[in-house]
Design a protein around this ligand. Sequence first.
Ligand SMILES: [Zn+2]
Length: 122
Amino acid sequence: MHELSIAHSLVDLAGDAAARAGVERVSVVHLRLGALAGVVRDALEFSFEVASAGTPLAGARLAIEAVPVRVFCPRCEAEAELADVQQFRCPRCGTPTAQVLAGRELELVALEYDEAAAPLGV
Ligand SMILES: [Zn+2]
């Protein structure tokens, strides 16, 4: 399951950040997940629980912000949000487009320790 290897990477990354910040426990891990990232959200949440066991991330909540797919339409010369990720067409004029501007994200955004959220600065 490829979500498990992603979860292990997240735990490593977040664990390093927590160690640099001098904290022993992380309460929330904020993640941005694009609709095109190829990651199944439920599987990632489950994998994160498995991968974080016995680490400073154990018991931390994975807060996932879903990022919609945004494309650039050459005809409208504008950005648009895709309504359906199966159809890469401008929602305004219907022109097919493959210029994806957003939606492939899989990014660790921030960690929350006991109280405050700390930006990672990565
Ligand atoms: Zn258009």
